[in-house]
Design a binder for this molecule. Structure first.
Ligand code: PLP
Length: 412
């Protein structure tokens, strides 16, 4: 099948790791939903910080410390601008999991009461599920789920019915599902939840790397994402939240940097965002994420989205043509991100993963940290191919060829 027309974006050369060969063959990296590869500019930013500017932030008056400060806070400013959110309410965390836990510990435990409910969905990653189990158990509130339809989407009518019960304090929902690829209508969900007096937390882990995200337009109260999936380093995530909420919320972690004054028995809190950043921050990682955002911004997120949508359409077409292969999630590429989970008749996902690895085709085979969704789909696990801006049509062709080989091996 001809693949040249799929999409014009070809930035593989910017990603040093993609030049690697294993067993004499090129690397076909189709696991970007787990973690993305990093462009040379991100590696250079990390190297430059440690080589030329390494000092702790927020405390030093000497030049090196001021440079480190400017790099760290400059990264925060560009990251906030990238998703159109105020810088003072843009908080660095270790990852999206910690960002959601910050809300679950600080906001939820101080707010939820018996008789309240938190509404999540059957397609949530455990990171946007287990913190709500714990917060509702700790407060006596209820945890309820929106069902996932057979087409991999959520029902807004069911959302309305849940909200009409009058007890929902928080709706917590993925922007893009890491298994089904579903792009949820988060703006509409926020509008309906706010009309019913509920707050909304959006897990943007899979969205920020591949969609233009305008947090002002979405209007969520909390929006969390993770740097390593967005071409940045591991060890840094981001929580954007409404400043009025952050002002009222108690600190999540306590210690250095998050205080204004400390007396023997009590302390007062630093201004936003530092009130929620206890201890020495992930300085290098935040600077690296700033470089990643610069890189994505230069590509243009509309171009990234168009590229990944074209790849997804191509992959859906080629995968659906394979006998015995089932694709999960919404039918069309326009309603999904660059993530395709699939099953092959008679071959366990882990065997698919291992056989594909013989061709250096890196896919994930697991429950994808979404066990309730696996139960909903009636499977233990799926194989999953996912794309980044550096993915090219030849990667999909290699995937399809390797699946064919796996089927031949099992048939024989
Ligand atoms: C939708 C979603 N939420 C949360 C996470 C957790 O990300 P992290 O491990 O970086 O906190 C992931 C990662 O797979 C994800 O895909």
């Amino acid at each position: 099948m001809a693949t040249a027309a799929v999409s014009a974006l070809d930035v593989r050369a910017d990603f040093p790791i993609l030049a690697r060969e294993i067993r004499g063959r090129r690397l076909v990296y189709l696991d970007s939903a787990s973690t993305s590869q990093k462009p040379a500019s991100v590696l250079a930013a990390l190297d430059d910080y440690y080589r030329n500017h390494n000092a702790n932030i927020h405390r030093g008056v000497y030049t090196l410390a001021q440079e480190a400060d400017a790099l760290f806070e400059g990264a925060r400013e560009r990251i906030a601008a990238f998703v159109r959110w105020p810088v003072a309410s843009t908080i660095f965390t270790r990852n999206v999991t910690e960002a959601i836990n910050l809300v679950a510990y600080s906001w939820a435990r101080a707010t939820l009461r018996p008789g309240d409910a938190v509404l999540i969905t059957e397609m949530e990653h455990h990171s946007n599920l287990v913190p709500w189990q714990q917060a509702t158990q700790a407060t006596g509130a209820q945890l309820r789920y929106l069902a996932v339809g057979d087409d991999g989407t959520l029902s807004l009518d069911e959302l309305d019915a849940q909200l009409a019960r009058g007890d929902v304090r928080l709706v917590a929902v993925a922007h893009v599902s890491n298994v089904l690829g579903t792009i949820n209508p988060v703006e509409e969900i926020v509008r309906r939840a706010h009309d019913a007096g509920a707050l909304v937390l959006v897990d943007g882990a899979q969205a920020v790397p591949q969609l233009p995200v305008d947090l002002g337009a979405i209007g969520a109260d909390f929006y969390a994402w993770t740097g390593h999936k967005a071409l940045g380093p591991t060890g840094v995530g981001v929580l954007h939240a409404r400043a009025e909420l952050l002002e009222q919320m108690p600190p999540f972690l306590a210690g250095g940097d998050m205080i204004l004054t400390v007396e023997a028995q009590r302390s007062t809190w630093n201004e936003l965002p530092w009130k929620f950043e206890a201890g020495t921050s992930m300085i290098a990682q935040a600077i690296g994420l700033g470089a990643a955002i610069d890189y994505l911004g230069a590509l243009g997120m509309a171009n990234v989205r168009a590229h990944e949508q074209a790849l997804t359409a191509h992959a859906l077409e080629r995968l659906r043509a394979i006998d015995g292969l089932t694709v999960f999630g919404p039918p069309g590429a326009q309603e999904r991100g660059g993530v395709i989970s699939f099953a092959l008749d008679g071959i366990h996902p882990h065997d698919i993963g291992e056989l594909l690895d013989r061709r250096n085709v890196c896919v994930r085979a697991s429950h994808h940290c979404a066990q309730p969704l696996m139960r909903r789909l009636g499977v233990q696990a799926t194989a999953r191919a996912s794309f980044g801006p550096y993915s090219v049509p030849a990667d999909i062709d290699a995937l399809v060829d390797a699946i064919g080989e796996a089927q031949e091996i099992f048939a024989g």
